[in-house]
Design a protein around this ligand. Structure first.
Ligand code: BGC
Length: 443
């Protein structure tokens, strides 16, 4: 029997992207230097990336053909302000033309102001550890919103402050490549919270009806043994520190234990948002381990038998767990605020898992709406294979495959599936549900 899960009218079937990963030819960012230092594990470079700086419109055509009605992109701060206080008008004009192109195609643009990258000069002065970072971010936000505000009214100030801080100051995977610097995490998170607040106020002063939010990465921390109090306690500790810290900083002005043991010099902040943004990918299992104090006494691992995306160069990507969407919304929703799933996807060159993920993600979101959660959009990461940070081109997240050398694009079966869902405003299924066991059989 065919079954149908139909979504409310106006639901956003979106795509998420970011400037540095898609535009190509970036030369003033801290990531340009990071690439030059040989910090990409595959030795590759972003190069032309998806060549959006020249030809984004071709892919916007593709997005329109697929029936997508929203697209999130980010403005690359280092292009717009390559030197402190010097604005590159050509760059901002290019962004204007991109936003116009989206609107002409009936695609709602959502613009993010900070997606991991910023100008080299900003990094050199300490990025968000510098005392004036929030003022500089406010100045940049004012310029961008004054220049683009007539074309966009959905703004994301920061993409994943939790991942940005963890990869930059704890795991050394993103610039400046520091390890184990919890104090820096606390300083940077609080400075970013101030920067968010200042940008939030500036955007509203320029555009009173704008929708302004930020988006967090949400990871399910699964106790290895549900019956073990210690496993449950340590999983909860990781959940609070990673998933909830920034939201808590904005709502309560303080970080959860044990991050609150490090004092921030940045002063108290309390701020808000007009919507809740969540990026959700995976689940990790947590076992209490007395010897791992530096990892909050948790051994984090991915069991062999679970559904996994393609592996990273040195580490597995993680368990693909569509139910993480439900967990994220249950944890992060706020009274009266719409919710957008702003990223969800899987590195999957051969498209063996992605169709299963998409269908199950759609089911999760539909069920959340049935339960009364105000979820207004699902944005898949991503339209095309793109430059995956320190993994280079190793991990392929596209509905459409991209050969970065030839720039050739090819639709994966997932693209057809996502297109059918977007066009039907829901999931209409003729065949048997795709189950976990069929994934295992295929992989
Ligand atoms: C980031 C994206 C990244 C994606 C896949 C998210 O954490 O916002 O930039 O490509 O995950 O790893």
């Amino acid at each position: 029997m065919p079954s149908a899960l139909i979504f409310p009218q106006g639901f956003l079937w979106g795509i998420s992207t970011s400037g540095y990963q898609f535009e190509g030819q970036n030369s003033h960012s801290q990531w340009t230097d990071w690439e030059e230092m040989g910090r990409i594990k595959t030795g590759e470079r972003s190069g032309l990336a998806c060549n959006w700086w020249e030809h984004a419109e071709k892919d916007f055509d593709l997005a329109r053909q697929l029936g997508v009605n929203a697209l999130r992109l980010s403005v690359e701060w280092s292009r717009v302000e390559p030197e402190p206080g010097k604005w590159n008008e050509e760059a901002i004009h290019r962004y204007r033309s991109m936003l116009m192109a989206l609107r002409q195609r009936g695609i709602l643009p959502m613009v993010c102001l900070h997606h991991f990258t910023h100008p080299r000069w900003f990094e050199e002065q300490g990025a968000f550890l510098a005392p004036n970072a929030d003022a500089l971010f406010e100045r940049f936000s004012r310029y961008v919103v004054s220049s683009l505000g007539d074309l966009c009214d959905h703004w994301v100030t920061f993409n994943e402050p939790n991942v940005y801080c963890a990869l930059a100051y704890v795991f050394g995977e993103h610039p400046p490549g520091k390890r184990g610097e919890i104090r820096s995490v606390v300083q940077a998170l609080t400075r970013i919270a101030h920067a968010h607040q200042r940008a939030y106020e500036v955007i509203h002063s320029l555009q009173p009806t704008a929708q302004v939010g930020w988006t967090t990465n949400y990871l399910v921390f699964q106790p290895a043994d549900e019956n073990s109090r210690l496993d449950r306690m340590i999983a909860a500790l990781h959940h609070n520190c990673f998933n909830m810290s920034f939201a808590r900083l904005l709502s309560h002005g303080s970080l959860p234990f044990p991050l609150n043991l490090w004092r921030s010099r940045n002063g108290k902040v309390q701020s808000c948002c007009d919507f809740v943004g969540v990026n959700v990918y995976s689940r990790v299992h947590v076992k209490f381990h007395l010897g791992l104090a530096s990892q909050l006494f948790g051994h984090l691992y991915i069991p062999d038998h679970v559904v996994q995306g393609d592996p990273g160069v040195q580490t597995p990507f993680g368990e693909i767990h569509p139910q993480a969407i439900t967990a994220a919304v249950e944890s992060l929703h706020q009274p009266g605020k719409p919710i957008y799933i702003l990223e969800n996807g899987v590195p999957d060159r051969d498209d063996r898992i992605r169709p299963w993920l998409i269908k199950n993600a759609v089911r999760e979101v539909h069920q959340l709406i049935q339960r009364g959660f105000d979820v207004r959009g699902y944005f898949h990461w991503s339209l095309l294979d793109n430059f995956e940070w320190s993994e280079g081109w190793n991990l392929r997240f596209g509905l459409v495959s991209l050969d970065p050398e030839t720039q050739e694009r090819q639709l994966r079966p997932s693209a057809q599936l996502y297109s059918a869902i977007a066009r039907a405003n829901g999931l209409v299924e003729e065949e048997e549900e795709s189950t976990l066991s069929s994934i295992h059989a295929e992989s």
